[in-house]
Design a protein around this ligand. Structure first.
Ligand code: ARG
Length: 469
């Protein structure tokens, strides 16, 4: 053991200093340095409240605010000197404040503990992160809607079991993602009031003897809520977990879209032309254009899910109140934030740049006999039972397949050979565009529903973007 006196801010009762390994193990700067601006904001509000409550003087407040501004400058210019020996962002900033302004700096921590301080800083960080995601989601939805606008009439096979099922409009397919991401946006709105609850005033765990005004701090930080129980306030990390769940759901949706982009860019589908700016080549196979960007979005999804599980597991079975285990909450959220924010922005750009190959989609419609259900329904409308119609249509499909033709490419006489109920009007039914037009239920792929979805998304975007996109 080292016998030098301990010079840590908490070192008063320690006769010896910490071993280097322990110092490196316990410091949290690698991640909590990203909370520096939030720490400054929290400290400004705390100091203003201390002055308003006459716990510090207005001169002391001014010195503290000036000192915190200087520190912000240093951080912005990247000239702030981090000392891992000071453990975390809070003590680094406090030590620098005292260096800069002397004894008033030592009063800033009055009535505060790092336990309520870190909870506040991280609540500020998480609330800002998820609010940024909302802006990114708006961009992505707007990219989807712009593509949909160009492709109301473009048809492609809709799939179940990844087998061609029924024709749908490409706009309708893209709007399905629009709906997913809009739910993610709304989910963030639902979670925000639980994130923006100020824990300041809980102190270490039991509250303090100073006459603090937690509501003043909350108002100053634009937080609508204040803690109701000091023990819960310092030990609650639900807000981080909810943030990680939001991240997971978003990534799951992004990963599904990424998967379709990967499939559709495969020559077997050939539905999309990958923009070169969003593709990479192979070092050995000259013909390749790979969808790596979409693959990485799909790949990062695993990491984000893992981080949610990691923090749930860290929190499980922790006794009240603050435990140092909880320091492990920064890395998962900050890393998940990086993945979500990059993936959303990149996906928005990629969706805007996608080119769709209508010919290939039409080819897939024909090859998949996506008008077979229409033919069966036609026979029913002419008086055949559905079971029979299903059977007869099946035989016609087998015949067409043998011939290498689409149903609509067979001659009337050939069709009549299977049932004399078939008349010339069958070709209207076999037309893919008409099949889609006949879908009239709300929310269907029919043109009426697609138009309504278009209006609905445009209005929503206008409202959320305050009139501008
Ligand atoms: N670095 C710590 C964390 O992130 C800050 C709180 C430390 N509190 C304490 N009592 N050691 O959790």
């Amino acid at each position: 053991m080292n016998s030098k006196p301990n010079d840590k801010p908490w070192g008063g009762r320690f006769a010896s200093s910490t071993s280097e390994l322990v110092e490196a193990f316990t410091q949290s700067l690698d991640y909590d340095r990203f909370l520096a601006l939030q720490d400054l904001a929290g400290s400004r509000s705390h100091a203003r409240m201390l002055a308003a409550q006459s716990i510090i003087t207005s001169e002391e407040l001014n010195e503290i605010l000036t000192g915190l501004d200087l520190i912000q400058h240093e951080l912005e210019r990247d000239s702030f000197e981090w000392d891992p020996g000071l453990e975390d962002v809070h003590m680094n900033i406090e030590r620098r404040l005292v260096d800069l302004i002397g004894v008033s700096g030592q009063k800033l921590h009055t009535g505060r503990s790092r336990n309520d301080q870190v909870a506040l800083d991280f609540r500020l960080y998480v609330s800002q992160a998820v609010t940024e995601w909302q802006a990114n989601i708006r961009q992505l939805i707007s990219a989807l809607v712009d593509q949909a606008d160009k492709h109301r009439e473009t048809l492609l096979p809709g799939y179940t079991h990844l087998q061609p099922a029924q024709p749908v409009s490409l706009a309708h397919h893209l709007f399905a993602y629009g709906h997913m991401f809009r739910r993610d946006y709304q989910r963030i709105d639902d979670v925000l009031p639980r994130i923006k609850v100020s824990p300041l005033g809980a102190a270490a765990l039991a509250g303090t003897t100073y006459s603090l005004d937690p509501w003043m701090v909350a108002r100053d930080l634009d937080f609508p809520g204040v803690f109701g129980n000091s023990m819960d306030a310092v030990s609650d990390r639900d807000f981080v977990l909810e943030g990680l769940f939001l991240a997971s759901m978003l990534m799951m949706h992004l990963s599904r879209l990424a998967e379709e982009i990967i499939l559709w860019s495969n020559p077997g589908f050939g539905f999309i032309i990958l923009p070169e700016t969003y593709a990479t080549g192979s070092s050995i196979m000259p013909q390749k254009k790979n969808p790596d960007v979409a693959e990485l979005i799909r790949g990062k999804t695993g990491g984000v899910f893992g981080r949610l599980m990691a923090l749930l597991t860290t929190m499980k079975a922790l006794p009240l109140t603050y435990n140092r285990d909880m320091q492990e909450d920064k890395e998962p959220f900050i890393e998940a934030h990086r993945s979500v924010s990059a993936s959303l922005q990149i996906m928005a750009g990629m969706v805007s740049a996608l080119g769709f190959n209508k010919k290939q989609m039409l080819r897939a419609l024909k090859q998949g006999y996506l008008n077979a259900t229409e033919l069966a329904d036609y026979l029913v409308s002419k008086g055949m039972t559905f079971r029979n119609a299903h059977h007869v249509t099946g035989r016609i499909v087998a015949f067409a397949e043998h011939k290498g033709a689409g149903l609509e490419e067979l001659g009337l006489e050939e069709l009549k050979g299977f049932s004399d109920l078939i008349k010339k009007d069958v070709f209207e039914v076999l037309d893919y565009q008409r099949a889609v037009q006949r879908r009239i239920t709300p929310g269907s792929t029919g043109p009426g529903s697609v138009e309504l979805q278009m209006q609905d998304f445009r209005e929503w975007l206008d409202k959320k973007n305050g009139g501008s996109v």
